[in-house]
Design a protein around this ligand. Structure first.
Ligand code: 0X9
Ligand code: ZN
Length: 365
């Protein structure tokens, strides 16, 4: 697929009229699968269901995706093993009452009020590679402390590996649920119940303007009002509590290989866009030099699409000097489902980019 191609899923009933439409518009198309359900079911069946012995204790490998509970156990275990450097805090509860936790990683020197890098993952339920990549960053900063100590000298890293655990757990329940994106709070409209708001359209900055939907059954449903979801309130409050010290907010999504900075609600660029561009480009360049993977760098609206009410715009507005959405590589039949065999290469590549962006921050701020 080339860059401007798009994957579209069409129901069997609509396939022939959709093909005619493409032909009328002279659009070139390729049928990637004539039975997506079956492909997804096969991919889903291939994932490891059996928790590894001791999963959540000690290091987490990159050989499989983990449940929310395993991830929470893992960070608790890290805090117990490295009590001088690692701190875990419950920052709130999801709609279905799962614990939302942050892990703060320091160098243990006890110096207060350092600058902050705030990273999150798992905003969108189906983007399983996101929390996996964030776990790898945690492992690097904690278990590989010696080689990464320079990243913690003047910075604390505050990391929330799972923003939307209800959605994430839902996507683990079966093939039909695998491509679910949103939170799990139910919304009723015209006698129909649909689940969830898009957490990345729920922030109160140009909320529900372009690129967001008012319909609860849409994937980009902005919610009935801004901050209708407990999960986004938690991120908002963390952002405000960290903003004085916050140099970079980084949110990990998939897929498409993009490093995006504000704005996402308008095609205008912020005054400091060149600083944002420097940081993002440092990440993209480091990845390309190391693996050859090319990330496209630019403002969300200008290189991807306009979408208002997202966390990156809000974090920048709240005071972070730099705010970046990193869209990792795609894999599997739909891009959101890279096989377990590719986790290691995707997450280690992500770390190369994140480390380079942090180095650029240290140089500039
Ligand atoms: O649409 C999104 O929320 C993000 N892409 S994804 O495929 N992971 O859903 C991109 C968000 C970019 N940022 C803004 N538009 N502000
Ligand atoms: Zn996403």
């Amino acid at each position: 697929m080339s860059r401007k191609d798009a994957r579209v899923v069409v129901s069997p009933e609509q396939l022939s009229s959709f093909k005619s439409l493409l032909q009328e518009q002279n659009l070139i198309y390729e049928l990637l699968s004539d039975n997506l359900e079956a492909v997804l079911a096969k991919e889903f069946a291939q994932r490891s269901l059996v928790p590894l012995p001791q999963a959540g204790k000690g290091r987490l490998s990159t050989e499989r995706y983990y449940t929310h509970e395993e991830i929470m156990n893992y960070i608790a275990d890290l805090a117990a093993r490295f009590p001088k450097r690692v701190f875990v805090r419950t920052v709130g509860w999801s709609y279905e009452q799962r614990a939302l936790k942050t892990i703060t990683i320091t160098n243990g020197d006890g110096r207060a009020n350092k600058k902050v890098v705030f990273v999150d993952g798992g905003f969108h339920a189906r983007e399983w590679i996101s929390p996996a990549a964030v776990l790898y960053m945690i492992d690097q900063l904690v278990e590989h402390f010696e080689e990464n100590a320079y990243l913690l000298k003047d910075y604390d890293w505050v990391i929330q590996p799972m923003v939307n655990p209800d959605g994430y757990e839902h996507t683990q329940t079966g093939t039909t649920a695998r491509m679910f994106r949103k939170t799990r709070q139910p919304y009723r409209q015209l006698g129909l119940t649909c689940y969830g708001a898009d957490p990345n359209r729920n922030f109160d900055f140009h909320w529900n303007e372009e690129g967001a939907s008012s319909s609860p059954c849409m994937d980009t449903f902005a919610g009935p009002h801004a901050f209708s979801e407990p999960e986004t309130i938690v991120i908002r409050d963390l952002m405000h509590s960290l903003a004085d010290r916050g140099v970079m907010y980084l949110t990990i999504h998939s897929y498409g290989n993009y490093l995006l900075y504000p704005w996402g609600w308008t095609s205008d660029l912020p005054d400091t866009w060149q600083d944002l561009d420097d940081v993002a480009r440092a990440g993209g360049d480091a990845i390309e030099a190391a693996t050859g993977t090319v990330y496209e760098v630019g403002s969300s609206t200008n290189v991807l699409y306009i979408a208002a009410g997202a966390s990156d715009d809000y974090g920048f507005y709240a005071g972070f000097n730099v705010s970046i959405t990193m869209e990792l590589s795609g894999g599997g039949s739909l891009g959101f489902n890279p096989p377990e065999s590719s986790i290691e290469s995707f997450v280690s590549e992500t770390w190369i980019g994140v480390r380079a962006m942090a180095e650029k921050l240290i140089e500039k701020y």
